[in-house]
Design a protein around this ligand. Sequence first.
Ligand SMILES: [Zn+2]
Length: 323
Amino acid sequence: MNNHPTTPVLRAFLRSLSVADAGLLLHLLECPRCGRRAWKELSPRPMRRRPGKAHPSGPDSGDAPKAATPPSAEPLPLSIAELCRNLARERRAERRTDEALALFERSATLYSRTGLPWEQTMVLGELAGFLLELEQEEEALAAFERILDLGSTAADPGLAAGSTVGIAGRLAALNDPLEGRRLLALLRERLGRRRAARQRLDLIRSEGLLAAFTRQEHQAEKSFRDAWTGYLRAGAPGHAVLAVVDLSALLLRQARGTALRDLASEVGRAFRGRDLPKPVHNALDKLLPGLDPGSGSRPASAELLTAIAVDLARALSTLSAVP
Ligand SMILES: [Zn+2]
């Protein structure tokens, strides 16, 4: 790999980046070393450890202010995917709309190439939110459709995790529940033509999440119930459990102990005797005793539900990578 930019050239590029600077952008996309340099240039000092990577890159005594340890080798486009996302946010803030849109796209593509569907979902959600702000409704719906197309590789941890980055979270951010529901209905119409049962269930769950985020408890409860029973019938027990966790979080928020106990026995019956993947089985084992606390088990807390939802969503994205 030749033509590594000098540091002043790199800095100038990062200050003024436009998608017209194709040569250097392409170099950054191809060259991991310069990608890391660019990431470092862009990151404020205290944030130089890359977000989203909890693992320290080796033994780290931590205290001494020392030169940052060189980042360990990482999948090639990953740092550039983050770079593109950060630049997209900058360009968005600067109202450089076309560049921001192109950079969000580039970031989503790179996350896809890196096999990180959840990150890809977040970028697509951000893109959709931006498009809605620009009143480009058609394009925003197309971005949401791409999230739905990712299916179970990008399971939304949902209400318990306070997940505001999925489709429902983006729509809730409009602060206009009616408008949000109208857009979900349009999305459902578009899917209807392709007869995608699982995606329709994802939309029902999104309706529940949107309703829960906007404090329409009754609608939320109905949607979550439709979602979990629907997923179970459709042979998606992991997603069924995620919707059960959504419903549990809703009932817990309303302090409805009896409804939680009823839910536990209903869910227990529905899943009994099924051959479940291990992470789904584990999630149920943690969830059900908390919903119906008897001797020796403690009532489910919001923290427990969050942990179950996040672990299960992560496990599902790995599981579904295996056919
Ligand atoms: Zn280079």
